[in-house]
Design a protein around this ligand. Structure first.
Ligand code: C2E
Ligand code: MG
Ligand code: MG
Ligand code: MG
Length: 279
């Protein structure tokens, strides 16, 4: 009987595996075609200066619209793109598109507008990465000072020594380094001490309950104080309520991003906001 159960379970399990494998293979097949079929587009989410309310930059967030799958969020395809190596081409497209769009916005009035581009671990570790960045800057004629690359703690830790070299080279050409989802990864303070970063983005899990949770307030306060001490700029992610913004202001946080301010939107939708924002 036990054997039968086991047998059944194996059968059930493998059927499920087949489904999953099939889905994965299908996704992979679609993903390989997505670039040439122009199925990717970027959404942009503004980041504001908490003191002035002005938009200082936007974060580029990739979207994939497939005729059969519909709208696919990055959490559902970035890891597949990494595993298949497609991330490099996709990443280059994101970089190029985001830099070009930002230059466009600058030309129409907002001269200092910057762009924040997410970079995944595999992409960042690739030997062509620095050249990819340089090429996106050259082709768009965007100033390197207006580009910030978002890396997560975990993606830097994968190969710390190499990561530090790459970050330093990027900073040397003027590109900023932001640590994304700060506080949610495995980096310890000793890493932070040696990390060439310019900006910390506090993970949204610390912001969500900021208005009611005193532990979150203590943690966010400590991150901001530490950031000030290290000469870093601080962005709070996932600001969903006006109360969060008020609290962050009293804690001396520089920048904020979240649904309470602006939701991610297409370049077209955002153009109006960016234009009316003071320079
Ligand atoms: P992330 O870089 O931490 O981006 C923030 C995510 O939080 C975005 O989800 C954004 O839409 C969402 N968000 C913004 N404001 C709020 C808020 O107030 N509340 C809540 N609950 N969420 C908010 P999205 O666009 O689905 O992106 C998810 C993740 O996918 C990103 O996390 C980033 O790690 C990755 N990703 C996005 N675009 C790219 C890309 O072009 N390249 C790579 N490698 N990864 C990307
Ligand atoms: Mg990000
Ligand atoms: Mg984040
Ligand atoms: Mg994230």
């Amino acid at each position: 009987r036990a054997k039968q159960c086991g047998g059944n379970r194996v059968q059930f399990y493998s059927a499920e595996m087949n489904d999953e494998t099939l889905h994965r293979l299908e996704m992979e097949r679609y993903l390989r075609k997505a670039l040439e079929k122009r199925e990717f587009f970027l959404c942009y989410q503004p980041i504001i200066d908490i003191n002035t309310g002005e938009i200082v930059g936007n974060e580029a967030l990739v979207r994939w619209r497939h005729p059969k799958l519909g709208l696919v969020r990055p959490d559902q395809f970035i890891s597949l793109a990494e595993e298949t190596g497609l991330i490099h081409e996709i990443g280059r497209w994101v970089l190029a598109t985001a830099c070009k769009q930002t230059k466009q916005w600058q030309k129409s009035g907002n001269k200092q507008l910057s762009i924040f581009v997410n970079v995944s671990a595999a992409q960042f570790q690739h030997e062509s990465f620095i050249d990819d960045v340089k090429q996106a800057l050259a082709q768009s004629r965007l100033s390197p000072n207006c580009l910030h690359l978002e890396l997560t703690e975990n993606s830097m830790l994968r190969n710390l020594h190499h990561s530090i070299q790459v970050m330093k080279e990027l900073q040397r050409i003027g590109v900023g380094i932001a640590i994304d989802d700060f506080g949610s990864g495995y980096a310890s303070f000793s890493y932070l001490k040696n990390l060439p970063a310019n900006i910390l983005k506090i993970d949204r899990s610390f912001i969500k309950q900021l208005h009611t949770n005193s532990s979150d307030i203590a943690i966010v306060k400590a991150i901001i104080t530490m950031g000030h001490g290290l000469g870093l700029k601080i962005v709070a992610e996932g600001v969903e309520m006006g109360e969060h913004l008020q609290l962050l202001k009293t804690l001396d946080c520089h920048y904020a991003q979240g649904y309470a301010l602006y939701r991610p939107a297409t370049a077209e939708e955002l153009s109006t906001y960016i234009m009316i924002s003071p320079k």
